[in-house]
Design a protein around this ligand. Structure first.
Ligand code: MSP
Length: 642
């Protein structure tokens, strides 16, 4: 199979921001997913460098447009590697080949009679670089730029777009997947229910010279959209290039809703006039706001991709934008939300699953992959969840429903964490008769991690590469580079060695809010007689006892006794527990323990402890031992002990 995926080519009147980053990360993720599906893939992005907007931006800086576009285009090009985005082609509309092809197409369409010369009076918005209809205006202003358009009367060249209106309607109706999600398809069909006007495709040089000169009239340059859309063809070497033959019929464009009309109406009708088959699919997403506010230079809330990577790391950024946005709808970006996802989904859920599972293989099997003994009856449900995740993941990725694909993956992460708790490898390790069972449990966990690394590659190529390394596999290994081959269960080789890697996902510090003690019921009645050994109920009520879930555990340097636990109770807090002689950190993660939540914070070996874990003190073989207290069945973290 073959895949050709493109992003819009971005205007160089502004530097790259979160919105550009999102579209490009989406296209990169899809291209990586398709490579994982063994497709022959081409992924293209680039910059749109002609037109009024660019001239204005260069004027502000007092430099020539060419110098200006070279600089900003360079910024876009340098941004993509920071985001682990790897396009196969970066196109610029000032590239010589592109200019030549645009002129060739104009000439051809002109000769076939679909471009004509006419006088036109219309309302022109310089920001939009197009004529607006009366209907589009809001209080006499352009809805996007909030300024009144200027009435311009001039002679120009027009593309007979109206001629292709019915053909386009038919195509959209016959191909339900041509424009998705459906809301945008409906929006286009509704727009097409009114008569379509022809498109003005030239600008007189008297008011704009920075553009591609019309081949049939040197007093005009080409309207920037007629020039820009053609990039999708010129990047393939249209009309004679091999790549055009190879990739065009499967072209998929990713855009946001702001440029739906040029892509869903101008572009297909242009292709019809050129006699070129239409692209296969248009994927339209919503807008990113920042803290629920539209990103804008004047508000000063424009988010730069480089800053985001520096602040949160690339894995968190890519994961967050794909997990958070429901493709097609708007979303809001916020620092707390991304940190919460990094700490909960990445560090706690996936990071801990990886570190606990591999740590147990080091501890109980010298870091070597145990033998695969077939899927035991008691493990069949676990293996079935891995397989069903793969089915959901693949289907959702195909449909551009990335948030659902990731939700399915994280459901499996949670199943795997529970699999550890319910199989308690630390108990099996103490029973010589359970050696084979322990082999199976550890093998299954490693296999699950291998498949997780496989499916996470498109989303977080960096983190997935670390997981692959940690599992002792090499980057090109088919077991982690091909969905078809890699999905088969039981492929890790017995006896192969894992490799130690640094922490997959470091926890990020959120601005700390003091933990809120839970409200207590007011019960003032005395229930016990007072005596020296008895306390009254009020005294007991002062204790805030709760169930806490351990989400991370680490040893405290220089201390033989202390462990640092991160727990949810339900808010996140750190509790230092003196149980290091009796429990390893990895066997604690995922467990529910009882804590005193309202103990005055204390600093132990440099770590602030916000509470105390309750243990039973007992004696085993004459030695004192501490055993964790817990609840009889899983409860919501933070449940009170009454
Ligand atoms: N040059 C044209 C596109 C020509 S394609 C033949 C253009 N450029 S642009 O720089 O304005 O980029 C618009 C695109 O950037 C959107 O369609 C979207 O992909 C991305 N985004 C810009 N702001 C965005 C958000 N706030 N949120 C999400 N994506 C946004 O239009």
């Amino acid at each position: 199979m073959t895949t050709y995926i493109t992003t819009p080519i971005y205007y160089v009147n502004a530097q790259p921001h979160l919105g550009h980053a999102y579209t490009t990360i989406v296209a990169d993720t899809y291209s990586r997913f398709k490579r994982l599906s063994d497709d022959n893939v081409r992924f293209q992005t680039g910059t749109d460098e002609h037109g009024d907007k660019i001239v204005q931006a260069a004027e502000v800086e007092n430099i020539e447009p060419k110098e200006y576009v070279d600089r900003i285009s360079g910024m876009f090009r340098k941004t993509w590697p920071l985001l682990q985005v790897e396009p196969d082609n970066f196109i610029r509309t000032t590239d010589y080949d592109h200019v030549a092809v645009v002129r060739g197409i104009l000439q051809k369409v002109y000769e076939s009679g679909d471009i004509y010369f006419d006088e036109y009076t219309g309302l022109y918005c310089r920001g939009c670089e197009r004529y607006l209809t009366e209907k589009e205006l809001v209080d006499g202003n352009c809805p996007d730029h909030q300024v009144p358009p200027k009435e311009i009367a001039e002679q120009n060249y027009f593309f007979r777009m109206s001629r292709y209106q019915q053909q386009l309607i038919d195509h959209i109706k016959e191909n339900p997947e041509f424009i998705t999600p459906e809301r945008y398809r409906n929006e286009v069909l509704s727009f097409l229910s009114e008569p379509l006007e022809d498109l003005c495709i030239s600008r007189p040089k008297t008011r704009l010279t920075w553009g591609i000169e019309l081949p049939f009239d040197d007093k005009y340059v080409t309207y920037v959209w007629f020039d820009a859309l053609i990039n999708y063809l010129t990047g393939l070497g249209y009309p004679d290039g091999e790549k055009f033959k190879e990739f065009w019929s499967v072209a998929e464009h990713v855009i946001a809703k702001d440029i739906l009309k040029p892509h869903a109406i101008y572009w297909p009708t242009m292709l019809m006039a050129m006699g070129v088959p239409l692209y296969e699919k248009l994927h339209v997403h919503g807008y990113w706001n920042v803290d629920d506010t539209k990103m804008s230079k004047s508000i000063g809330n424009v988010v730069r991709p480089g800053d985001l990577v520096e602040e949160y790391g690339i894995d968190a950024l890519r994961y967050f934008v794909l997990r958070e946005m429901s493709f097609g709808l708007d979303s809001s970006f916020g620092s707390e939300a991304i940190i919460a996802r990094q700490n909960a989904d990445l560090a706690n859920d996936l990071g801990n699953l990886f570190s606990r599972s591999t740590a147990m293989v080091y501890k109980y099997r010298d870091g070597l992959v145990p033998q695969f003994l077939g899927v035991a009856d008691e493990d069949s449900a676990f293996v079935a969840s891995v397989q069903s995740m793969l089915v959901d993941y693949q289907q959702y990725m195909e449909q551009f429903r990335f948030h659902l694909a990731l939700k399915a993956v994280w459901e499996l992460v949670s199943v795997a964490n529970k699999y550890i708790v319910s199989n308690a490898p630390w108990v099996l390790a103490k029973e010589p008769d359970s050696a084979k069972r322990l082999d199976s449990v550890l093998f299954n966990l490693l296999e699950c991690l291998r498949i997780l690394a496989l499916v996470l590659q498109p989303v977080m190529p960096g983190a997935a590469a670390k997981m692959i390394e940690g599992l002792g596999l090499t980057a090109g290994d088919e077991r982690v580079t091909s969905l078809k081959k890699g999905r088969v269960w039981g492929q890790l080789s017995a006896g192969s060695a894992l490799k130690k890697i640094e922490t997959l996902f470091p926890r990020l510090e959120m601005e700390k809010k003091p933990p809120q003690p839970q409200k207590k019921q007011s019960g003032k009645k005395k229930v016990a007689e007072s005596s020296e050994d008895l306390i009254d109920f009020e005294a007991f009520q002062k204790l805030d006892l709760r169930v806490a879930e351990v989400v991370a555990a680490t040893a405290i340097k220089k201390s033989k006794k202390l462990l640092k636990l991160t727990v949810h109770a339900p808010e996140e807090r750190t509790v230092v527990a003196g149980i290091a002689e009796f429990y390893t950190p990895e066997e604690l993660v995922g467990r529910q323990v009882l804590i005193v939540a309202n103990l005055k914070p204390a600093k132990l070996m440099g770590v602030h402890s916000q509470g105390m874990v309750l243990v039973a003190k007992t004696t085993v073989d004459g030695k004192e031992r501490m055993v964790l207290t817990t609840v009889d069945e899983g409860v919501v973290p933070g449940s009170t002990i009454a």
